[in-house]
Write a protein that binds this ligand. Structure first.
Ligand SMILES: Cc1cc2nc3c(=O)[nH]c(=O)nc-3n(C[C@H](O)[C@H](O)[C@H](O)COP(=O)(O)O)c2cc1C
Length: 144
């Protein structure tokens, strides 16, 4: 199965999790400006994931929502039907209710609207003492 990870990372934590995976093609989303408050970022990398059967999307929580650069990329996607799709977010606040859950919901909405179905979803609280174990488990599950 052809598999890839598409992610955005502003300060490197989401990237550190992506770096734990083996055997995936990896695409990073970038924009002309990294300003998290820009509602309409101009993307400079727009990976084509059409030929991938398994896709993982990862991004940080910004202001209780998906980072806008990732949102802009995902909104631009056309058809996500017939793919195995897993998602994760990384966040800082102690409770997933402070952005993590909402961001996962937002990602799922975008994916569903494009005919996709999410298999696994995880929010990683990188401040938590349990975050390393959670990341090991995530990589194990998502790699199957
Ligand atoms: C502009 C901005 C807004 C953020 N808003 C939230 C938030 O609402 N909830 C939260 O838990 N963490 C928030 N964070 C923390 C990031 O989600 C967290 O540090 C994440 O792991 C960063 O990922 P990255 O290093 O890949 O960019 C915010 C960080 C930034 C820079």
């Amino acid at each position: 199965m052809k598999k890839c990870i598409v992610y955005y990372s502003k300060t490197g934590h989401t990237k550190q999790l992506v770096d734990r995976f083996d055997g995936f093609d990896v695409f990073v989303i970038k924009a002309e400006s990294d300003d998290p408050n820009n509602d309409h970022p101009v993307l400079t990398s727009i990976p084509d994931i059409n030929t991938y059967e398994h896709v993982i999307f990862g991004c940080p929580v910004h202001g209780f929502q998906m980072a806008k650069i990732m949102r802009t990329y995902m909104i631009g996607l056309k058809d996500l039907n017939h793919k195995v799709i897993d998602i994760f977010v990384t966040h800082y606040f102690r409770f997933a209710t402070l952005g993590g859950n909402q961001t996962l919901k937002q990602m799922k909405r975008i994916i569903k609207a494009r005919g996709g179905h999410v298999r696994y979803q995880t929010s990683i609280n990188r401040k938590s003492k349990k975050s390393n174990g959670a990341m090991i488990e995530l990589v194990r599950k998502y790699s199957k």
